[in-house]
Design a protein around this ligand. Structure first.
Ligand SMILES: CC(=O)N[C@H]1[C@@H](OP(=O)(O)OP(=O)(O)OC[C@H]2O[C@@H](n3ccc(=O)[nH]c3=O)[C@H](O)[C@@H]2O)O[C@H](CO)[C@@H](O)[C@@H]1O
Ligand SMILES: C=C(OP(=O)(O)O)C(=O)O
Length: 430
């Protein structure tokens, strides 16, 4: 596991383009298995999760052309796929769960003991996925692990989900897109990455109404066609570069076409004293006052709460916490999604941060901490590596973030990009 070394206190400045969104490209890659026609994706990030899915498809005998320089990925799953290889789902990535629907649709059977754990944010449930698949006619056979079969074309089904799950909504979308008839999912997730999968499935021949809302109506196609899609820019990475620029007292411009999805995200970072200017295709962080905007309701503490879209994303909470440690006021962070996403906050104390973990979902960061460089250890959570870096890079002196490797799952060339903006940072191999 590699570590990050960062020499903090140097302003980051310049212009940068974000990479494609990991959580958008992964379901798109999995959905390519729904067709025997070619699929071509552009703006594909060079990240380890993509490499794992690509290796899986290569093992199935698919034609795969992944050009990391051009950021393109061409996939063509022609005839039969290798029945032995199909059960070797990629390990350690949450998106392995997104292979269940397409493999069952394509192959009719899947036996798995899925390690679809992804980031260590708490328990990563598989129940909604299995329940949705069963509702569409997949049977579960008694077995060690899970053994599912799909004997004929799925029949449309309507579901009211217990909660708005991103990947379970994507499972629904994939199976409903080939089902006979019209299916409805109520309490659907609506994140930008869920929307991009909808647009891809529409291009492939499904009819989808309600894209971007919590109710999706899908009419399936007998046969799905190929697709050519651009992976949307990563709104998490846009916010990350802005935060890094701001906390170092620099001026970073991010050029992107995803600004329409970012008003709430920028508002919440502005609550932490970051100031932005925007034009049609870019956003610039211009200043950091360090002042927390106090609520007008005097009994309240300033707070940032994360929940399913269109709330502030849970995957941006660590980055916001990283900014807040240098603020003069108190901020309450509330993760309404995951029960295990804040346990790492003890590491902040090593950097001199005063904070109180109120319960598994809420962290109160006190203003005015006397920060100092330190060695901290990241959990297996991509965005926490980034959050710890945002905290460390604002502190003069050398800090080390142990086990920083998970960042490679979502942010290509992360250190190279930081260096190009003027950071003094490098990888250290253990
Ligand atoms: C590959 C991928 O796309 N991963 C993303 C996806 O994971 P993933 O699809 O696994 O996340 P879910 O949306 O299912 O939510 C994660 C967990 O939070 C809990 N939960 C969620 C919503 C809710 O209203 N109530 C509730 O209790 C459940 O325990 C659930 O298992 O969405 C997460 C939430 O945006 C992101 O952090 C992950 O980066
Ligand atoms: C939690 C994340 O990813 P995953 O669900 O793939 O583990 C993330 O992208 O921050």
């Amino acid at each position: 596991m590699a570590n990050f070394i960062v020499n903090g206190g140097r302003p980051l400045s310049g212009t940068i383009r974000p990479s494609g969104n990991k959580n958008a490209v992964l379901p798109m890659i999995c959905a390519s298995l729904l067709t025997d026609a070619p699929v071509r994706l552009t703006n594909v990030p060079d990240i380890t999760d993509v490499h794992k899915l690509v290796a899986y498809f290569q093992s199935l005998g698919s034609d795969v052309d992944y050009d990391t320089t051009a950021q393109t990925l061409a996939l063509h799953h022609k005839g039969d796929i290798d029945a032995k290889a199909i059960e070797n789902l990629p390990l350690g990535i949450r998106s392995a769960i997104l292979l269940l629907a397409p493999v069952l649709i394509r192959h009719g059977r899947l036996k798995f003991d899925v390690d679809a754990k992804g980031c260590a944010l708490g328990i990563r449930e598989i129940d909604p996925h299995i329940n949705f698949l069963q509702a569409f006619g997949c049977e579960t056979l008694p077995a060690q692990g899970i053994d599912m079969v799909l004997k004929s074309r799925p029949a449309a089904h309507s579901i009211w989900a217990e909660y708005a799950s991103v990947t379970a909504t994507e499972t629904f979308l994939m199976i409903a897109s080939v089902a006979e008839g019209t299916s409805v999912l109520t309490n659907a997730a609506s994140e930008p990455h869920v929307q991009s999968l909808c647009h891809m499935l529409v291009q492939m021949g499904a009819q989808i109404d309600g894209i971007g809302t919590s109710r999706l109506t899908v009419t399936g196609a007998q046969r799905l066609e190929g697709a050519e899609m651009r992976v949307p820019d990563d709104h998490h990475e846009v916010a990350t570069f802005l935060a890094l620029g701001g906390v170092t007292g620099g001026r970073v411009t991010v050029e992107t076409d995803i600004l329409s999805e970012m008003p709430l995200i920028l508002d919440q970072f502005a609550k932490l004293g970051l100031r932005f200017s925007q034009d049609a295709g870019s956003v610039t962080v211009t200043d950091w006052t360090r002042e927390v905007t106090p609520p007008l309701t005097q009994q309240m503490t300033a707070k940032i709460e994360a929940a399913p879209w269109p709330y502030f994303p849970a995957d941006l909470l660590p980055q916001a916490i990283g900014v807040s440690v240098g603020c003069t006021g108190d901020v309450l962070f509330w993760n309404k999604v995951y029960e295990g996403a804040l346990g790492w906050s003890g590491e902040l104390a090593k950097l001199g941060v005063r904070a109180h973990l109120s319960d598994p979902h809420r962290l109160l960061v006190f203003g005015g901490s006397k920060l100092k460089p330190a060695e901290v250890e990241a959990p297996y959570i991509i965005r926490v590596v980034v959050g710890l870096l945002i905290a460390a890079i604002q502190i003069e002196g050398t800090s080390k973030i142990l086990k920083a490797e998970p960042v490679r799952r979502a942010h290509p060339n992360f250190i190279e990009n930081l260096k190009a903006l003027g950071a003094d940072a490098h990888w250290e191999d253990d």
